[in-house]
Design a protein around this ligand. Sequence first.
Ligand SMILES: Cc1cc2nc3c(=O)[nH]c(=O)nc-3n(C[C@H](O)[C@H](O)[C@H](O)COP(=O)(O)O)c2cc1C
Length: 172
Amino acid sequence: MNETLKTLTSRRSVRSYKYQQVPKEIIQQILQAGLYAPTGMNSRDTLFLVVTDKETRDKLSAMNAAVMGSDKDPFYGAPCVITVFADRTRRTFVEDGSVAMANLMNAAFALGVDSCWIHRAKEVFETEEGREIARSFGIPDNYIGVGNCILGYGDCELPKAVERTQPVIFVE
Ligand SMILES: Cc1cc2nc3c(=O)[nH]c(=O)nc-3n(C[C@H](O)[C@H](O)[C@H](O)COP(=O)(O)O)c2cc1C
């Protein structure tokens, strides 16, 4: 099978991680894939917050858990989280952020790094505390959290894919 297609179909969401940091040069390569994702009207309206600092990572994890009323780590022990933001003044901001998320996860897998999309970036960064944190990193208020891409090295086998059964309709 073509290498790209192999990556796209073999990537899985990993939900248990070793606390082993992803080297910065690998994170940079993963980010390139996010930056080169398409955006509506080429608006390039995404913004990537890369957190490897444990204190900040733990804070964001606790805030994410709080949205669910949970005290478990929603980042599953992963040491790195990239939150993708997008400029809500652009009509396609959710789509732009989402396609960047997909690129990050697929690039990570191609480079031997496990990942998972973790939801609730919007809710976390919409809180007053979340906005303060975003501002402290220079993120303007018009940027909305679209998704969190956790990155790391799984301490489990790669999960088996659930069979894809969505309808596909050919009109020939
Ligand atoms: C929009 C979106 C939100 C998701 N949120 C979470 C989440 O909060 N926690 C989680 O463990 N997985 C989350 N996932 C991962 C999905 O559960 C996962 O992609 C799905 O089960 C299919 O598994 P696969 O990625 O291994 O193919 C999310 C995926 C998407 C696309």
